[in-house]
Design a protein around this ligand. Structure first.
Ligand SMILES: Cc1cc2nc3c(=O)[nH]c(=O)nc-3n(C[C@H](O)[C@H](O)[C@H](O)COP(=O)(O)OP(=O)(O)OC[C@H]3O[C@@H](n4cnc5c(N)ncnc54)[C@H](O)[C@@H]3O)c2cc1C
Length: 298
């Protein structure tokens, strides 16, 4: 059973910050996590501060000198359909397009997805491979911090009381030709479900020696969505031969720490599937030196 609460829709960022400083105040964006949690009796706010009237959290803009600013209120649907994101930050459009269903995608925001800080948050691994920085505003003013310093653990972020996530700054991805990004995931059912395992991969253009920069981030297998440096190190050492990829898959399974209590998949499943997904992602980006047969992953 939920308790009655007050509702405020501020018109300025200052008003929103002042309201969120109050004890028991929570921010509302699309509400697809918050309202579910209020109805489920997990959160008992005294004041719900609706951010949707704040222009400072809206829009997708190119940053001077390269890169992109994505407002916290940007919905999954906007990410999926934005032509610039489809072209330059393809993995982000892909992650947004597999989230929930159409009705969720038109409400759920990227800011809410990251503030909810679920280990399986769909946009988490993708923002990680783009080396995204998070912009927040609060009583102390504006602050920019790397994504990995913003998501601190399951359900925990670096937001202090009164602070609002306003947007994300995505540096430019490696230039074409030969570079690309993708996001692949597995869930329990073909319909609507959160990811059991998710992997985002960025492949830079190949050098003359066949080496390329490879960034890999995982979702739902670590306490926070994050890049996996030891796996990237193996993959970036030389051409992606079957042996190098086998070593990287082994390392991936070794360093992830899936929860045994997960409702979606066992640790054994996740350890097996994460490497297969990474290999499929590399194949999709034409980064492999060999062809792989398509495998059925259940
Ligand atoms: C049916 C269903 C299916 C779903 N499927 C998926 C899925 O496949 N993948 C997935 O990752 N998630 C999924 N979700 C979860 C949810 O839709 C996402 O996490 C979504 O992105 C949350 O965004 P929101 O705008 O709705 O956040 P809200 O519910 O409004 O907020 C979430 C949390 O973030 C805080 N918050 C939001 N915005 C800000 C801000 N700008 N500054 C400070 N705090 C803020 C809120 O106070 C709250 O604590 C699903 C949810 C449902 C109900």
């Amino acid at each position: 059973m939920y308790k009655p609460f007050d509702y405020l829709r501020p018109r300025t960022l200052g008003e929103a910050i002042a309201a969120l400083k109050q004890e028991g105040a929570v921010a509302l964006a699309g509400g697809t996590d918050l309202i579910v949690n209020i109805r489920g009796g997990k959160v008992f706010p005294e004041l719900v501060v609706d951010l949707k009237g704040l222009p400072e959290l809206k829009g997708i803009r190119k940053v001077q000198g390269g890169g992109l600013w994505v407002g916290a209120l940007t919905t999954m649907r906007e990410l999926t359909t934005n032509l610039f994101i489809q072209k330059q930050y393809q993995a982000l459009a892909e992650a947004a397009s597999v989230m929930g269903c159409y009705e969720i995608q038109v409400r759920a925001t990227i800011g809410g997805n990251i503030c909810n800080a679920s280990p399986g948050a769909e946009t988490g691994p993708v923002l990680a491979i783009f080396n995204t920085a998070v912009e927040k505003f609060g009583p102390g003013g504006r602050q920019i911090l790397p994504l990995e310093q913003f998501i601190l653990g399951p359900g925990r972020t670096a937001l202090a009381r009164g602070e609002i996530l306003t947007g994300f700054i995505l540096p430019p991805p490696p230039p074409p030709p030969g570079s690309g990004t993708t996001y692949l995931r597995r869930s329990r059912i073909k319909g609507m479900d959160l990811a059991s395992v998710g992997v985002a991969v960025l492949a830079g253009p190949p050098g003359p020696d066949g080496k390329r920069e490879i960034r890999v981030a995982a979702g739902a297998v670590l306490p926070t969505p994050a890049r996996v440096g030891p796996v990237e190190d193996i993959l970036s050492q030389g051409p992606l031969t079957p042996e190098r990829v086998r070593q990287a898959k082994e390392k991936f399974a070794e360093i992830i720490a899936p929860r045994a209590s997960s409702l979606r998949a066992t640790p054994e499943y996740k350890k097996k599937v994460i490497g297969e997904l990474m290999e499929m992602a590399l194949a999709k980006l034409s980064a492999l030196e060999y062809r792989i047969e398509e495998v059925a992953l259940i």
